[in-house]
Every structure is written in structure tokens, then in C-alpha cells.
Design a protein around this ligand. Structure first.
Ligand code: NDP
Ligand code: 8X3
Length: 251
């Protein structure tokens, strides 16, 4: 994997940051993306002794900025072998009848349209080289729907459909497409979902052992290190105590 190049969205936190770290530990050069410049800079400082690393600051909702940033990458960072479509969050957790339209817009624009924009910007190079690997981070919320999960679940069901669609349309073009669908992972996810209410966010992961971002990074690493004829199409992973979105063995 030395000298390969990966672009990771949402590298400033949680699953994306853990993935950047495991990739760097194994010699994969990186383009790390996110909105928080300070976090990108400190990750760059941390990993730049191990690999070549470049940061891109963009909101995945900003179509023009996404395309300009990726098309304007310096020469050493243009040949992207692996794209990890990870940026995303839940915003709010309300019944459909009282959900906020701003939250709905955020989830659909970031989790769905943002993933599409980044993929469209990266795909021409992969197609030209007939080589590439796209990892789409879905969720158990893309496999089932839970109370008050409505639009977040819809956004992750869309990721599931896009993942399948990508694999169909890119068949025969040398590009592997995979969905990794985690259950509960302790990251900043719930803090974002509950808009900074840390007490409520912490409760989500209390009383059981949730997945860690490193557990998902490890699985992404496994997926990208399979022989080139092997494509992990769709993988769902939960912690031992989770059986479904609503059944969690909490003490
Ligand atoms: P975090 O909140 O820890 O990380 C989210 C990442 O996404 C951050 O790096 C953030 O960067 C980035 N991001 C969010 N909004 C935008 C935006 N508009 N533009 C660019 N980047 C953005 O959460 P996780 O690590 O848990 O989430 C990563 C992915 O995993 C998401 O797609 C999430 O849906 C999925 N997932 C999470 C699970 C969990 O239980 N935690 C389970 C299943 C799936 P910044 O704010 O700097 O822009
Ligand atoms: C994140 C997992 O169960 O909070 O996608 O929706 S869940």
C-alpha cells in the first residue's frame, strides 16, 4: 500500500480521523478534508512525518468549492487511489411531525449530495486509470429505520442505494465500491446530533461497550488491503451489545 493515495472526507474527527491515522501508519499518502482548519492542521502535523499529506478545507455542501478544491490539488496529490466518503452526521432526533427543515436540509445535503459531489470530482481520474476504490460510510440506519431517525435513516438508505448504483455503473471499469455500515460508534456524532448537549450525547454510549472509531478504521483498512479482485460490497458491523438500532443490551 506504500505510495497509494487516499482522500478522506470528514477527517477532523471520529471515524475519518482514525482512518487517516491507520492509513498513515501503513504508508498511504493522504488528502484529508473537513471544515475545521485547526483540526486538519494538527492532524497534518501529527502524520506528516509518516506520509505525504495535504489538507482541503471545504463544506461538502458547497458544490463549486468541492470541485475546485479537488481539481486544484497539487500534482503529487492528484492520483487518488482510495476515496473514503465519510463526512456526515445526524442533525436532531425528532418525530417527523416536529422535525426542523434546517436539520432535514443539512442531513440530505451533507450525507447524500455531499457524497455525490465528492465522488463526481474524484471519479474521472479513477476512470482514466481504470483503477480505484471507493468506500462509502453508510450505517445500520441505512438498513433499518428507528423511531425519530426518519430523515437521518433516509439519508443513509440513500447512501446504501448510491453504493449499489455506483457498483452497477462502474462494473468493468476497475473500480471497487464498498459500503461499510457501522452501528453505534462513540465519536462526536451524538454531540452534533444533539447540538452540543454533551450530557444527552454521553448517555447514548453509557451502560455498554460501543464500537470505537478505530474499530471501523480497522475494517476500512481490511477492505482496502484485500487482493485487487476482491471487493467487499457491503459490510454491517455492530458492537456485541447491539442487535439492532433499538435493541442494545445496556446495564
Ligand atoms: P463525527 O461527528 O465524529 O465526524 C463527522 C465528520 O464529518 C467530521 O470530520 C466533520 O468535519 C465531517 N463533516 C460533517 N459535516 C460536514 C460538512 N458539511 N462538510 C464537510 N465535512 C463535514 O462523526 P462520525 O465519525 O461518527 O461520523 C462519520 C460518518 O460515520 C458519518 O457519515 C456518520 O453518519 C457515519 N456513522 C456514524 C456512526 C456512529 O455511531 N458514530 C454509525 C454509523 C455511521 P468538520 O466538522 O470539520 O467539517
Ligand atoms: C449512526 C448510528 O444508530 O445513531 O449512524 O443511527 S445510529
Amino acid at each position: 500500500m506504500e505510495n497509494k493515495l487516499a482522500l478522506i472526507t470528514g477527517a477532523t474527527s471520529g471515524i475519518g480521523r482514525a482512518t487517516a491515522r491507520i492509513f498513515a501508519d501503513n504508508g498511504v499518502n493522504l488528502v484529508i478534508c473537513g471544515r475545521r482548519i485547526d483540526r486538519l492542521e494538527s492532524l497534518k502535523d501529527e502524520l506528516s512525518e509518516k506520509v505525504k499529506i495535504h489538507s482541503l478545507v471545504f463544506d461538502v455542501r458547497n458544490k463549486e468549492l468541492v470541485f475546485n478544491s479537488i481539481q486544484g490539488l497539487p500534482e503529487d496529490f492528484t492520483q487518488i487511489d482510495i476515496l473514503v466518503n465519510n463526512a456526515g452526521n445526524a442533525h436532531g432526533m425528532d418525530p417527523i411531525q416536529s422535525g426542523s427543515t434546517e436539520d432535514w436540509d443539512a442531513m440530505l445535503d451533507i450525507n447524500v449530495k455531499g457524497l455525490l459531489y465528492v465522488s463526481k470530482a474524484v471519479l474521472p481520474g479513477m476512470l482514466e486509470r481504470a483503477n480505484g476504490h471507493i468506500i462509502n460510510i453508510g450505517s445500520t440506519a441505512g438498513k433499518e429505520v428507528y423511531p425519530n431517525g426518519n430523515v437521518y435513516c433516509a439519508s443513509k438508505h440513500a447512501v446504501d442505494a448510491i453504493n449499489q448504483g455506483m457498483r452497477l455503473d462502474l462494473n468493468g471499469k476497475g473500480i471497487r465500491v464498498a459500503a461499510i455500515n457501522p452501528g453505534l460508534v462513540e465519536t462526536e456524532f451524538s454531540e452534533v446530533r444533539f447540538k452540543g448537549d454533551t450530557e444527552r450525547a454521553e448517555k447514548v454510549y453509557k451502560g455498554f461497550t460501543p464500537l470505537k472509531p478505530e474499530d471501523i478504521a480497522d475494517i476500512i483498512w481490511f477492505a482496502v488491503t484485500r487482493p485487487s479482485h476482491v471487493n467487499i460490497a457491503d459490510l454491517t458491523v455492530m458492537c456485541l451489545d447491539q442487535a439492532s438500532s433499538t435493541i442494545v443490551n445496556k446495564k
